[in-house]
Design a protein around this ligand. Structure first.
Ligand code: EPU
Length: 421
């Protein structure tokens, strides 16, 4: 297993380009299963998760080529069965269910199970499929979804934590080939859902309202091949903006979408990190000392849960009390005990983390527990005095394209090393 070895204390300086969005690319790749014609998806980040999705599509019978960020998928003949060994490795693989159900009228997919950040049920995905007329059976750890025909319907997809991103994606994809009109209420408004709708429309789907809580899908008989360029990764962009603030540096982010980052930019401003636009670029720099802020994670356009951990690293450097409340995933605080190893003073009280910031951080060996927690540890390591070894960075490689190379370009002293066991 590999680790990052970081020698902290260097302010990040320079330019970095944002990669394509992982969470947009995954459902868009899955959507290529909806047509027997070839599709080309550009700006796909080269990550273990996207490679893995390519592998799943291939296992279903598609021809897949991944060349320098462009993925060509030709799903001429496919089967509707995805094995446990494939699905368990990546929870996001559940988004093949909607396309398989739509195209083949059947999908047999291993239940993805929970993960370290929470239980992550798929009841809302299944509720949506049922509303379109699918019969659902859970047997031996697999979901069997079958339908003689899918029929458009009005359905409400809100859950206990609000809308569901991949649930909305799944039902939207299933509805593209249903008879009649489907209206999804309490749909997720995330930019990744909008990007998926854009690709589906390019394939001949008739979707309106994506980006709002009500999405309308008029079913069509067939979808055709299309080309698409994935949106920039707003979570990667946020991670670099925060890293710039945490190290008291100045970073120019090329290709970031400021309009996808309002909540993050707003909170960074309150914390003393200014983010300004220059043409298509964003520039992050400190205005002076860091200040504490309170944050609650919410569905888009609120503060993203995927940036909560990274922001905690920043706020552990801000003198005073910050309260971070996690409203999307119940156990997404695994980074807290690792940040404590670097000297951060954070207490968990129910869904909130109380960050008593301002203590200097000092390097230590730490263990990454999930993707965004890993990014938080890297940020803390960059800001800490001395050497930090972040172990198990395979978590990070799932969602950040060449993070170490990009950070080195900004002057960080970071190396990838083989973990000593
Ligand atoms: N939920 C249900 N029932 C469902 C589905 C979700 O109760 O059927 C609950 C979840 O347990 C959670 C909330 O609804 O409390 C929101 O979960 P959502 O379904 O929106 O999450 P997701 O679609 O599985 C995507 C991203 C996550 C990101 C969340 C929230 C992908 C591949 N994953 O997951 O990204 O945190 O939306 O924005 O798009 C990450 O990139 O690190 C990551 C975890």
């Amino acid at each position: 297993m590999e680790s990052f070895l970081i020698k902290g204390g260097v302010p990040l300086q320079g330019e970095v380009t944002v990669s394509g969005s992982k969470n947009a690319a995954l459902p868009i790749l899955a959507a290529t299963l909806l047509t027997e014609e070839p599709c080309v998806i550009r700006r796909v980040p080269d990550l273990s998760d996207t490679r893995f999705m390519a592998q799943i599509l291939a296992s279903l019978g598609a021809r897949v080529e991944f060349v320098r960020g462009a993925v060509t998928v030709h799903a001429q003949k496919i089967q509707g069965y995805a094995d446990y060994e494939l699905v368990r490795k990546m929870r996001g693989s559940i988004c093949i269910a909607g396309p398989l159900l739509a195209r083949l009228r059947q999908a047999r997919i291993s239940l993805p199970g929970g993960c370290i950040i929470g239980a992550r049920p798929i009841n809302l995905h299944l509720k949506g499929f049922q509303a379109l007329g699918a019969k659902i059976k859970i047997e031996g750890g697999y979901v069997n979804a079958t339908a003689k025909c899918l029929v458009g319907n009005s359905l409400f997809l809100g859950g206990r934590a609000g809308p569901t991103v991949l649930g909305t994606a799944n039902v939207m994809m299933a509805a593209t080939l249903a008879d009649g009109v489907t209206v999804i209420e309490s749909a997720a408004c995330e930019p990744e859902v909008v990007d998926l709708a854009k690709f589906l429309n390019a394939m001949g789907a008739q979707i309106s309202g994506a980006g709002s809580p009500t999405i309308t899908i008029a079913g069509v008989k067939k979808l055709h091949g299309a080309e698409h360029e994935v949106i920039p990764d707003r979570i990667e962009a946020a991670t670099f903006l925060i890293a710039a603030g945490a190290t008291n540096g100045e970073v120019i982010l090329k290709g970031a979408r400021a309009d996808h980052l309002h909540a993050v930019i707003d909170k960074l401003g309150d914390a003393g990190v200014s983010v300004t636009r220059r043409g298509l670029d964003l520039i992050a720099r400190r205005r002076g000392g860091l200040m504490p802020v309170d944050i609650t994670t919410l569905p888009y356009s609120g503060f993203p849960t995927d940036v909560q951990a990274q922001m905690m690293s920043l706020l552990s450097l801000a003198p005073g009390l910050s309260i971070i409340t996690e409203r999307i995933f119940e156990s997404r605080f695994m980074h807290v005990s690792e940040l404590a190893r670097l000297g951060a003073d954070i207490e968990i009280e129910g869904p909130s983390a109380i960050v008593k910031g301002g203590r200097p951080l000092s390097g230590a060996p730490v263990m990454a527990s999930d993707l965004r927690a890993s990014a938080a540890l890297v940020i803390a390591g960059l800001a800490a005095k001395g050497a930090t070894q972040v172990n198990r960075i395979y978590h990070l490689d799932r969602g950040y394209e060449q993070m170490d190379a990009k950070l080195r370009k900004l002057g960080a002293r970071i190396r990838r090393v083989e973990e000593k066991t």
